[in-house]
Design a protein around this ligand. Structure first.
Ligand code: SF4
Length: 177
């Protein structure tokens, strides 16, 4: 016990260093997404995450958007518990046969205007799970997809860039709500 106490006094913690409070690039990006959402919707952007059968790697990165480092809620991006409150469905994973109906029902429960963002390589075409007996395919095989963000998994910054690109395309009328 004494040894442990001495170690905790003299060794650095094994955790990652705390981020600098002013990560300018991240702040600028998240602010741009929040501003684009307010311009388009007149309020914050509400996101419902749907795991259609992923390995949870993509979820870890999506959860990071809400952690103390990224903390996207301060920029007006909110994750909501119900599709009825959502503007964007963020869908991860290949769509499994067991989740197909749940994804369809979630899509139908989301009010217009709504956009579907497929997150990760699996969401595009099944990725490394393509061809499995348990998999239907990519997200676009089940519901219409407005944007795909590649990566295995994509980083939180890639997701923010994707959301910004989506909102800018909506603003220019390239994607209809
Ligand atoms: S894209 Fe990669 S991290 Fe995401 S669900 Fe597929 S295998 Fe997992």
């Amino acid at each position: 016990m004494r040894k442990l106490l001495f170690q905790s006094l003299f060794y650095r913690p094994l955790t990652e260093a705390a981020p600098t409070p002013d990560d300018a690039a991240l702040n600028e990006l998240a602010t741009a997404v929040g501003r684009a959402a307010r311009r388009r919707l007149g309020r914050s952007l509400s996101i419902r995450e749907v795991d259609a059968g992923s390995c949870n790697g993509c979820e870890l990165e999506i959860h990071a958007l809400n952690n103390a480092y990224y903390d996207v809620e301060r920029f007006g991006l909110r994750f909501v518990a119900s599709p009825r409150h959502a503007d964007v469905l963020m869908v991860t994973g290949p769509v499994t046969k067991n989740m197909r109906e749940a994804l369809e029902r979630t899509y139908n429960a989301t009010p217009d205007p709504k956009w579907v963002v497929a997150i990760g390589d699996c969401a595009k075409d099944g990725g490394c799970f393509a061809g499995s007996y348990a998999v239907v395919g990519g997200v676009s095989d089940v519901v219409p997809v407005d944007l795909h963000i590649p990566g295995c998994p994509p980083t939180p910054v890639a997701m923010l860039k994707g959301l910004l690109a989506l909102l800018e395309r909506v603003d220019k009328g390239a994607v209809s709500p």
